[in-house]
Write a protein that binds this ligand. Structure first.
Ligand code: DGJ
Length: 525
């Protein structure tokens, strides 16, 4: 008896010691209209990479995670499948989850857990077969023609409760096995929720709700009034109703999850921008947190730390529009998925430099040989450049003025302005023209740079394939470099590798094709 008591006491003491020494919970903080992700209590720039949907298996990841780490990513985004962890109702199996987390640790990465539960790409593919095959208990959405679609209805408590149970059981397990290392730093709740193939659920239950009053929170968020959905929203009523239903369901799942293990949570969005005729349920899942219903989502999902766009928009204007739409005062920009073209390496500079992105993660980087593709080479070079800045860069984002200078077609001389200084980035070679020197552009459009105003006439200039010059903003005086340091950061401290001068600064500051970071002190004379 006494031995048992001593053993229990010892165990309790050991457990509380572990809890005391556990690193602080990752979280997203909001101060002075800026956001920061904190990991281990320090600012953290999430350089991510998402694996393909069917690759969250130890047998696959053991080969591909070293490849992710070789891209200089610090975080890997990996799905957990509802069908895998709960093969029979109430029977949970975390064998794969445990093995995956172990592999992530062995590769010195952090992990964003993607909950593939009720929704996956506006459908229900990852629900367990016992959910898929029991339409009475877990009703599907019914389209306007009265036919069931391959999406679970968000309006039935039995489905929501089943998802909540699976999600909270998973998070409880993650908390128990990961609290002392915090390998898992963030959770995506569902995947691109909403419905393909129908704008909303047209079942009798749904229709009754649709004909009833609109919840006050929705009216307030949209500044509308009206006795029912149709009257309040007219032609948008079906989609807005869907947004309310999906957002409320996701909030219920997230809220329950937060009570168990309050990591940062977000939901990802299949965007509406640049999508064909932009018809809900056709070009994108209806009811997801698209730009037209973002206010409804923000009002209804206080348990989510962010609503995050999956950005596959190919053009630079559209890409920036998305960053602006989702990087709001009440929503931090995170990019949990991106890709589509080599231009993404340039677009990363807009996202981080101009829109304060906390994370940036290309999708599907775990294909053998992918590292040979230009898109991955560009991103990998970016990640290598940003890797030493993981704690420093978010502090600049929060505290210092910063601007991107990115090459685009016919945009080869990019001028940005700070309090006292103008900074010009030119891409390719330069030649004389009326009014000064003009650039020709690089061969593969690889120019991308950032300027950070550190104050006291000091700047960080970083990036690739650019030729950078300074002028004072409000004077005709000339510019002189007092000091140009090339270097990097180690443990948050700037380390000078060498001073640049002479030929290396005579005409301009040069950011080479493989990238560099410069710390520059400028003056006038
Ligand atoms: C977006 C989804 O969220 C991902 O899981 C994946 O299906 C990609 N689309 C594919 O492009």
């Amino acid at each position: 008896m006494r031995a048992m008591f001593v053993r229990n006491l010892f165990l309790t003491l050991a457990l509380s010691a572990a809890a005391l020494s556990a690193p602080p919970l990752p979280r997203i903080v909001h101060q002075a209209e800026k956001f920061q992700l904190l990991v281990d209590g320090k600012p953290f720039l999430l350089l991510g990479a998402q694996v393909h949907n069917s690759n969250a298996w130890p047998s696959v990841l053991s080969a591909s995670l070293p490849q992710v780490a070789a891209l200089h990513a610090n975080t890997v985004e990996i799905p957990v499948y509802w069908e895998d962890i709960e093969p029979r109702p109430g029977e949970f199996d975390f064998t794969n989850v445990d093995a995956v987390i172990k592999l992530v640790r062995e590769n010195h990465l952090r992990m964003v857990l993607l909950w593939f539960g009720t929704w996956k790409n506006g459908q229900m593919d990852y629900a367990p077969s016992w959910v898929k095959s029991n339409n009475d208990k877990y009703p599907r959405m019914i389209d306007s023609g009265g036919k069931p679609v391959k999406v679970l209805s968000p309006l039935f408590p039995a489905t929501r409760d089943a998802d909540v149970k699976a999600f909270t059981t998973l998070l409880r397990h993650i908390r128990d096995i990961d609290e002392d290392t915090r390998t898992v730093i963030m959770v995506q709740v569902e995947n691109e929720p909403g419905s393909l193939d129908t704008t909303r659920d047209y079942s009798p239950t749904a229709n009754r709700l649709f004909d009833g009053p609109v919840p006050a929170a929705v009216l307030e968020a949209t500044h509308k009034s009206g006795a029912n959905w149709q009257r309040a929203f007219g032609p948008d009523a079906d989609e807005f109703f869907a947004a309310w239903a999906v957002a409320s369901y996701v909030e219920a799942v997230a809220k329950a999850g937060k009570q168990v293990y309050p990591l940062p949570f977000y939901v990802n969005v299949w965007l509406r921008e640049r999508k064909n005729f932009m018809r809900p349920g056709d070009a994108y899942p209806s009811g997801g947190a698209t730009n037209n219903v973002l206010d409804i989502w923000k009002a209804l999902t206080p348990s989510l730390d962010a609503i995050a766009p999956d950005i596959y928009v190919p053009d630079y204007i559209g890409y920036q529009e998305v960053c602006k739409t989702y990087g709001r005062k009440d929503n931090p920009l995170m990019v949990p998925e991106t890709g589509g073209s080599n231009a993404v390496a340039r677009y990363m500079f807009y996202a981080l430099g101009d829109y304060g992105a906390l994370s940036f993660a290309p999708f599907g980087v775990d294909t053998p040989g992918i590292d040979e593709l230009p898109i991955i080479k560009g991103l990998s070079a970016n990640f290598k450049l940003f890797a030493p800045l993981v704690t420093v860069f978010p502090q600049w984002q929060a505290e210092r003025p910063m601007k991107s200078m990115v090459e685009e077609e016919f945009l080869v001389d990019r001028l940005v302005e700070f309090d006292k200084w103008q900074v010009l980035s030119q891409f390719g070679s330069v030649g004389p023209g009326y009014g000064g020197l003009y650039a020709t552009g690089t061969k593969e459009r690889t120019g991308r740079a950032l300027a950070v105003d550190l104050g006291n006439d000091e700047f960080i200039i970083m990036g690739f394939d650019a030729r950078v010059t300074f002028r004072p903003r409000y004077s005709d005086k000339k510019t002189q470099y007092l000091r140009v340091e090339q270097g990097t950061f180690e443990n948050g401290e700037w380390k000078v590798r060498r001073l640049l001068n002479g030929d290396q600064t005579f005409f301009a500051l040069i950011l080479p094709p493989d990238g560099t970071i410069l710390k520059v002190k400028v003056a006038t004379y």
